[in-house]
Design a protein around this ligand. Structure first.
Ligand code: VG1
Ligand code: CO
Length: 580
């Protein structure tokens, strides 16, 4: 092939958000749009991460992925990349990409130095929906802000991009290496099995035998919903072939370009089929629900964990995993180095950290902030309220890992029971946790696709209000007398303890005297308009009060949050789009 230099010009709006660049497919398929972003990324990396390097390119299989992969292969070749690794059919979950960067060794001894991940995660897919791309670094984690800022700057000044001419499309449905000759020498495309490296890693972390015993027990039953995302490519291998679950326990496990027309977001609103099966829907399930259910998002880095007729909040989930990891999961048997959560995630993890005397960190929203802590050996388990849980085995959150962690805890707690005793259920584990550590009532209200100007005004109003605590308390008192006083309010700012970098404006917080919190922030993953997120939390230590319905328990705080922010006044919305 030859290298062709194509003249181009900046296109507006290519700023990567919380997790890469996400836009409608129609935006991505404009002339030069993807090309500009990819070239801007190459130009933001140091030369040794491009020339002669090995790159991974794959994603959640959504619409436009296959075309994008061929474009990126040709641009990589033209920019002097030595090899591109592609998961079969272009499929690799986000956690699997992270594992491949960190673990995979090519037949010739090569190691990858980075990856383009093609996903818009939990956003819908298809010709009229979303596409996305993000770059991950040599440690397997998302590019830090220093790099994403540089990429964005490059998109504003780009004049040309490089692409290989005369390089045919590579058949990515067949495993094997295809070799090409370019002006700078050989260029290989290596198509490999999407699941092997990941499955091997999971087997090195968990005790698969003890999980097998749980799964085989007649007292236990299991259900997993991939929402037609890429998790399906792993679920069959791990849950059915390795752990012995029945094939009928897999729902929507065939990856589809449009996720079957659904919203691949594992929460109580969008994972409808699973929710009904678990006996949590409005209509009662026809059969006795399974003991354990879980779902993943499009790129399989998120997870929702359910028990029979029981929802585990993601904030509780990470706290419970942290509290039980050392006994239940071989990878952690020598102890946890520390734990971390994102700022809006509930303080359930904080309480565990305190009890177990663990290092604890609170970082801004988005997985990239956990990476530095893990690289420095300061954090083993971390999580977000947005259905993200993970550990330092990779540098992304990991949906299937979280399910295996829960199965490990269940297997451990039921070691003595599987012969015929009464099963310790998911609900038992959560209630026991609340009894020990107290309960953090928690909910998140999302207002999606709000007018961007209105959302900015609402945030500006909250930032301004936050600076005069006395006024805030006058307003709060006027709204509800049964809510405690605001003790502190601020805009969250984070100083990375490893590299000293500072991230500002990460959300407005109102912290109450009794430990309750209201947090407001704007989403950085949407593709249209703005999404306002409101996070509401209340801590209850009194064991006689930990069994309430969470929406009911939080009603007074919700009332305060909506009035304090003038939500309806600014947005015109009388109700959120989604409550989780
Ligand atoms: C959301 C979540 C955040 C998560 C991010 C990426 O970001 O709130 O916790 O890390 O999505 O997850 P935002 O900026 O929209 O609130 V994923 O599975 O979309 O990569
Ligand atoms: Co995701």
């Amino acid at each position: 092939f030859k290298v062709s230099r194509v003249e181009s010009a900046p296109i507006e709006g290519q700023k990567p958000g919380t997790s890469g660049l996400r836009k409608k497919v129609k935006v991505f398929t404009q002339p030069h749009y993807l090309h500009n972003f990819v070239q801007s990324t190459f130009n933001a990396l140091s030369a040794d991460k491009v020339k002669g390097a090995t790159l991974v390119v794959s994603g959640d299989g959504r619409y436009y992925s296959k075309d994008a992969i061929q474009i990126i292969i040709k641009m990589a070749a033209a920019n002097g990349v030595r090899r591109v690794w592609v998961g079969q059919n272009g499929l690799l979950s986000t956690p699997a990409v992270s594992a491949v960067i960190r673990e995979r060794v090519g037949a010739d001894g090569s190691k990858a130095s980075g990856a383009f991940i093609l996903t818009a995660s939990h956003n819908p897919g298809g010709p009229n929906e979303d596409f996305g791309i993000k770059y991950n670094m040599e440690n397997g984690g998302p590019a830090p802000e220093g790099i994403t800022d540089k990429i964005y700057e490059n998109t504003k000044t780009i004049k040309e991009y490089l692409i290989a001419e005369g390089l045919p499309d590579v058949d990515i449905s067949v495993v094997g290496v295809t070799k090409f000759e370019g002006p700078e020498g050989q260029f290989d495309v290596d198509v490999f099995d999407s699941a092997n490296d990941y499955v091997k890693l999971m087997k090195s972390i968990f005790d698969f035998q003890s999980i097998q015993k749980l799964v085989a027990s007649p007292q236990f039953s299991f259900c997993y919903d991939a929402l037609h995302g890429v998790a399906g490519a792993y679920a069959k291998r791990i849950f059915v072939e390795e752990l012995g679950a029945q094939e009928s326990s897999l729902l929507n496990c065939v990856p589809k370009e449009d996720f079957g027309g659904g919203h691949p977001d594992p929460n109580l609103t969008y994972a409808k089929e699973l929710v009904a099966r678990m006996g949590l829907g409005k209509s009662q399930a026809e059969h006795e629900p399974p003991e354990f259910g879980a779902a993943a998002d499009g790129d399989a880095d998120r997870n929702m964990v359910l028990g029979k007729r029981f929802f585990v909040t993601p904030s509780d989930s990470v706290a419970i995993i942290a509290a039980n990891a050392v006994q239940s999961i071989p990878y952690f048997s020598s102890g946890l180095k520390g734990v971390a959560r994102s700022m809006p995630t509930s303080a359930a993890l904080d309480v565990v950290a305190k009890h177990l005397n663990l290092k604890f960190f609170e970082v801004p929203t988005g997985w990239k902030f956990f990476g530095n802590l893990m690289d420095a050996g300061m954090c083993s388990v971390c999580g977000e309220e947005s259905f993200g849980t993970g550990s330092d085995h990779i540098r992304e959150k990991d949906g299937i890992w979280a399910v295996l962690a829960w199965l490990s805890i269940l297997a451990y707690k039921n070691k003595e029971n599987l012969g015929g005793g009464k099963l310790v259920t998911v609900e038992d584990i959560v209630r026991q946790h609340w009894a020990t550590y107290g309960r953090h009532y928690y909910t998140r209200y999302d207002y999606e696709n709000v007018d961007a100007g209105a959302a900015k005004e609402l945030m500006a109003h909250l930032v301004k209000l936050q600076s005069t605590l006395a006024d805030v308390n006058d307003i709060v008192k006027g709204i509800r007398s049964d809510v405690s006083k605001v003790a502190n309010a601020d805009e969250f700012e984070y100083k990375d303890p490893v590299d000293g970098s500072i991230s500002k404006h990460q959300g407005v917080r109102y912290l109450f005297e009794d430990g309750s919190r209201l947090v407001f922030r704007l989403s950085g993953t949407g593709s249209e308009g703005a999404t306002i997120r409101l996070y509401i939390e209340q801590y209850e230590k009194d064991s006689s009060k930990i069994g309430r319905d969470s929406q009911e328990a939080l009603a007074p705080l919700v009332d305060v949050a909506l009035k304090l922010s003038k939500m309806q006044e600014f947005t015109g919305r009388s109700a959120p789009t989604v409550i989780t």
